[in-house]
Design a protein around this ligand. Structure first.
Ligand code: DO4
Ligand code: MG
Length: 280
């Protein structure tokens, strides 16, 4: 079952049939209250037979599935990310840190975005004005409730300025956090089950008619479990509205590749959907 936030209200999708959460006893206009529920799956399942069927929402009506949640991100959780970072930061003397964090028990976690820095599907993500080497990072995003329960999954794009990050690891917040540096959506897959290791994450970057880059990975290559990442994030740290946690990238375009304005970024995760954003 999927949950969508649209300009016309909140929508539940089950087997490609769409239902409005805006009718009758199940009316809800409070996205934060919905996302904070530990029983989100049971709640929507119970609501479903009583909801009114509606048309599939148009792409332009779908908003980022975020209210007042912070977006956090894990880093260096795939060996491909580790290898790329070791390489990019070698001359700055930072290479060793990436190898060490990949092997360590404690993961790398950083604050990626506050809600106003997040865009939804079909909206442009940005390249930082002073960056020369920017890439998309296609990542599985967890929806985590205030109590620390993972109740859903969506798609995240952790836009990154690799030249800034590579110059000095201490520049990471500047390389990662700026206006429109994060995309989320289109839907939240609400599920009681963990996603299977075979779940594929796929990235395609189109430049005009040409596919400039394509790559894929699966959750099998994710070195950390979602629960382990949440446990560290929630240690001595409260999230009154819950949060989204991006789980890291396992797809790294070759060093010669840099995003340009006008590129289209398509990120597909099995069972969730495709998040499409242009750069601009
Ligand atoms: O430490 C750099 C950031 C790593 C990251 O964002 C990732 O691996 O996805
Ligand atoms: Mg990342």
């Amino acid at each position: 079952m999927k949950l969508l936030r649209t300009t016309r209200g909140f929508i539940v999708e089950e087997n490609e049939i769409y239902y409005s959460l805006d009718e009758g006893a199940w009316t809800t206009t409070d996205w934060d209250a919905l996302l904070a529920r530990d029983d989100l799956y049971e709640y929507l399942n119970k609501a479903l037979p009583k909801l009114k069927e509606v048309h599939e929402p148009a792409l332009g009506d779908i908003e980022a599935p975020i209210g007042n949640q912070e977006v956090w991100a894990a880093g260096v959780t795939y060996y491909k990310s580790r290898d790329a970072r070791v390489e990019e930061s070698k001359s700055a003397g930072g290479g060793d840190f990436y190898q060490r964090v990949y092997d360590a028990e404690r993961p790398e976690l950083f604050l990626k975005a506050t809600p106003h820095r997040v865009v939804g599907p079909d909206a442009p993500v940005a390249i930082r004005a002073d960056a020369t080497w920017s890439v998309p990072e296609p990542e599985l995003a967890l929806l985590v409730t205030p109590s620390g329960k993972i109740t859903g999954y969506t798609i995240g794009n952790d836009m990154s300025s690799r030249d800034i990050e590579g110059e000095n690891p201490l520049y990471l917040p500047q390389a990662k956090v700026y206006d429109r540096s994060c995309a989320l959506g289109p839907a939240i897959l609400v599920s009681e089950n963990l996603l299977p290791p075979s779940t594929e994450i796929r990235l395609d970057v189109l430049r005009g008619e040409t596919t400039e880059f394509s790559g894929s990975t699966t959750l099998e290559s994710l070195r950390r479990t979602p629960e382990e990442l949440v446990r560290y994030l929630y240690t001595s740290n409260r999230f009154p509205a819950g949060c989204f946690l991006l789980t890291g990238t396992g797809i790294i375009p070759p060093d010669a590749f840099a995003l340009q304005n006008g590129d289209q970024i398509r990120i597909t995760i099995t069972g969730i959907g495709t998040l499409i954003n242009s750069v601009g």
